[in-house]
Write a protein that binds this ligand. Structure first.
Ligand code: HEC
Ligand code: HEC
Length: 370
């Protein structure tokens, strides 16, 4: 009896000890904000140039009417400016389109973090194949590209052979990787140029790290902890009022094996990947780099401006029970709200501009000639 009790006490102590150590480990203090890191390896320029064409080429979609760039538009911060993505023709998607800039430095991609940023070619493959994005059969895409003599030459020069699915994915991923912020005022400020951001932004930075507590989730060089949280948001009603969106929503969660998917009235977030109840309605903390260009905000685009986002946090977040306990009303003054927005604006660099890309045309293939 006594032995058993001792054993139980010892067990309880061990559990308590582990919980304390593990618990503390989870509550590590935020990492300091830092400049955008360099890429680990230099990207081959010829592969990037090929990927650039593919990114703008509608042949990558099933009905050849949609390119990557039509949803990730360089003029709209490499996003689309819409609350919810339009999806493949005949569908409508139920989440907001993120920018593809700086994705090489992310940890998880997609709002629910279902793919790792380290594997961009897989993200491209997922996009090409998915019914709500490009809905194309890889074999068809390869055949189309093989009918374009210019591509034949270019693939040969980059990869030493003809277009294959793997090469298409790698080249497109290389282009995406090359899209990184440049000339960012905040990075210049961190580098010692005190005049790179104005006084209001400097006050905003202090609030970001202090009173407003943003840095507890948006930390490090990418201004994200790489983790998942719920901000307590109720879903954008458009998802359930627009049948085509609702169909995509249901099909998506059904495919991922989410129980009771028909009755859902909330995006379950990364629960759809982990099936861990604690992660219900949690989304990955997005990077704040380029954020002033990628309105509207949040996974379902329900907040129209940065002012709305700050107002939302100031009120202590949304009403859902899943809300992260870190979110509390902030009591910011009007000036403080302005300063915070001013700081967020310093995270966008010079727009990446290219001359209009010319996608090569089909040409009749002649045996032995091209
Ligand atoms: C129909 C619109 C649409 C098209 C076309 C499209 N995307 Fe996307 N893209 C999205 C949406 C929406 C998401 C977010 C999906 C989610 O979180 O569920 C996304 C996410 C991404 C991401 C991850 C970004 C992040 O931070 O999570 C990358 C990278 C990306 N797309 C690249 C591409 C490439 C490359 C192509 C072309 C092969 C492409 N996209 C075509 C809408 C589109
Ligand atoms: C508890 C962690 C947490 C805290 C604290 C936090 N955020 Fe966030 N932030 C997130 C998550 C998670 C999202 C995405 C949520 C979603 O889409 O449902 C997000 C989204 C955002 C977005 C939208 C980005 C986009 O691309 O749509 C902005 C802007 C933002 N946060 C700024 C801030 C500011 C400013 C503060 C401080 C006032 C702050 N955050 C505090 C976790 C946090």
């Amino acid at each position: 009896m006594l032995k058993n009790r001792l054993r139980r006490t010892a067990c309880a102590l061990a559990v308590w000890f582990l919980a304390t150590v593990f618990g503390n480990a989870q509550e590590t203090s935020p990492r300091p904000l830092a400049v955008l890191p360099k890429l680990a390896i230099d990207l081959p320029a010829k592969e990037v140039a090929l990927g650039h064409k593919l990114f703008f080429d509608k042949r990558l979609s099933g009905d050849a009417t949609l390119s990557c760039a039509m949803c990730h538009d360089p003029k709209k911060g490499w996003a689309d400016g819409l609350p919810l993505s339009k999806g493949y023709p005949g569908t409508l998607y139920f989440r907001n389109t993120p920018t593809v800039m700086n994705t090489a430095h992310g940890k998880y991609l997609y709002w629910d973090g279902r793919l790792p940023a380290a594997d961009l070619p897989t993200v491209v493959r997922d996009h090409i194949a998915e019914a709500h994005f490009l809905q194309a059969d890889g074999r068809l895409v390869i055949e189309r590209l093989r009918q374009v003599p210019e591509y034949e030459v270019e693939f040969k020069s980059v990869f030493g052979g003809e277009p294959t699915y793997g090469r298409i994915l790698n080249a497109t991923a290389a282009f995406v990787k090359s899209l990184r912020s440049q000339d960012v005022p905040f990075d210049k400020f961190l580098g010692g140029d005190d005049a790179a951001i104005n006084d209001s932004a400097k006050s905003g930075l202090a609030l970001f790290k202090g009173k407003a507590g943003c840095i507890r989730c948006h930390d490090g060089a990418m201004l994200t902890d790489g983790k998942f949280h719920s901000l307590g948001l109720t879903s954008n009603p458009d998802i359930f009022q627009t049948p085509l969106r609702h169909i995509t929503f249901r099909r998506f969660f059904r495919t991922l094996g989410v129980p009771n998917y028909r009755a859902l009235r909330q995006d379950v977030g990364c629960y759809c990947v982990s099936k861990d109840e604690k992660q219900r309605e949690q989304f990955r903390t997005p990077t704040l780099r380029e954020v002033s260009r990628t309105a509207p905000y949040m996974h379902d685009g329900q907040l129209a401006t940065l002012e709305d986002v700050v107002e939302f946090y100031n009120a202590g977040g949304g009403p859902r029970a899943t809300k992260d306990p870190l979110l509390k009303p902030l009591g910011l003054t009007e000036q403080e709200k302005t300063d915070l927005v001013e700081f967020l604006k310093t995270l966008s660099g010079k727009p990446i501009e290219f001359p209009e890309i010319k996608v090569p045309a089909y040409k009749l293939r002649k045996l032995g000639e091209n």
